[in-house]
Design a protein around this ligand. Structure first.
Ligand SMILES: Nc1ncnc2c1ncn2[C@@H]1O[C@H](COP(=O)(O)OP(=O)(O)OP(=O)(O)O)[C@@H](O)[C@H]1O
Length: 308
């Protein structure tokens, strides 16, 4: 089976001479939610604009479910729905006619029942006859999503779906994107909100300065690169970490009451069980303990910093 999207050796140099993408290789699998994560200006919009045929690439090939975006442009494009970053809806059109029109652009026969279903799924049915100009920002964004879905694409691109969307609406949108995935749609979202990738993605691709720094299953990424901390609140403050525990690289708080042990899966440091045993041997008792996992945010910041 072909990947949903296959990007191979894609580069982009803008007319200004700026090299926005440098030899990108990336496959998107059917049915996944893939988050393309990167800071502002990393090249996310450029990459999806190339896949959607809006921006010409300088080199490389792209295919959508096996259809080359040059040779089989119409087929490739009809498999994709794009929700751009900026709201580009006709203000005086009604919600329902905007969706109906979008479907028509792809040469698909009218399907009022489908448009009704999409509007209901997006909680826009009540607004079906409202002019778009009268809607709130969050509703306009949902209209954009509806327009992108009206021709029944297999793959949906969401470019910065949370930009300018308040926290509550963001949750609604995430729930909606998950429902879409459950219905079999492959979803690629670009974001610089780590929270969004952490919340939604099956896989994460990190892009920085036009290069893919890493592509990884999200859980795996957090397991491999995430660090963990064990914090122990001591019964009796210590003046210093005993020599016998030097191998753990423990940190002692200024007041001597809190010991922190940082470890990761690649570390050579011994495990938690042996630390607890050694603490007991040293006669160090603790009142409480907790663990902290580093977030995708810390991992991301480290990756981007390293690559800079
Ligand atoms: N038409 C253009 N001509 C020259 N440079 C451009 C053009 N469009 C984009 N760029 C540059 O290419 C780089 C990548 O832009 P792009 O919009 O793809 O980034 P992005 O990752 O989507 O960032 P953002 O999250 O800010 O949208 C930026 O430095 C941008 O200034």
């Amino acid at each position: 089976m072909h990947p949903a999207i296959s990007i191979s050796g894609v580069s982009k140099t803008y007319a200004s001479g700026f090299s926005a993408l440098k030899h990108i290789d990336l496959d998107i699998r059917h049915g996944e939610i893939f988050a393309l994560l990167g800071p502002n200006g990393a090249g996310k919009t450029t990459l999806i604009s190339i896949v959607c045929g809006i921006v010409n690439r300088s080199s490389g090939t792209v295919s959508v479910n096996g259809n080359d975006i040059d040779r089989d442009y119409r087929m490739a494009r009809s498999l994709i729905g794009l929700v751009p970053q900026e709201l580009t809806v006709e203000s005086f059109e009604t919600v329902r006619s905007a969706l109906t029109f979008s479907r028509g652009l792809f040469g698909k026969p009218a399907n009022p029942a489908l448009i009704e279903k999409i509007l209901k799924d997006l909680s826009l049915w009540d607004k079906r006859d409202a002019k778009i100009i009268t809607l709130s920002g969050g509703m306009k964004r949902r209209v954009m999503i509806g327009k992108a879905l009206a021709h029944e694409p297999e793959i949906l691109f969401l470019d910065e779906p949370s930009a300018g969307v308040d926290v509550e609406l963001r949750q609604d949108m995430w729930a909606m994107v998950r429902r879409l995935r459950e219905s079999g749609v492959t979803i690629i979202l670009t974001t610089h909100y780590i929270e969004e990738a952490e919340e939604m993605a099956d896989r994460v691709g990190v892009i920085n300065r036009g290069e893919i720094v890493l592509v990884e299953n999200k859980e795996e990424l957090m397991r491999k690169l995430g660090r963990k901390q064990l914090r122990l609140e001591l019964r009796q403050p210590l003046d210093a970490v005993p020599q016998a525990l030097a191998g753990y690289g423990l940190e002692l708080s200024a007041d001597g009451g809190l010991l922190t042990y940082t470890y990761d899966n690649q570390s050579e440091r011994p495990g938690v069980a042996s630390l607890l045993r050694d603490l007991a041997t040293e006669g160090i008792a603790f009142r409480d303990l907790d663990t902290l996992n580093s977030s995708l945010e810390e991992i991301f910041v480290n990756l981007v910093r390293k690559a800079s």
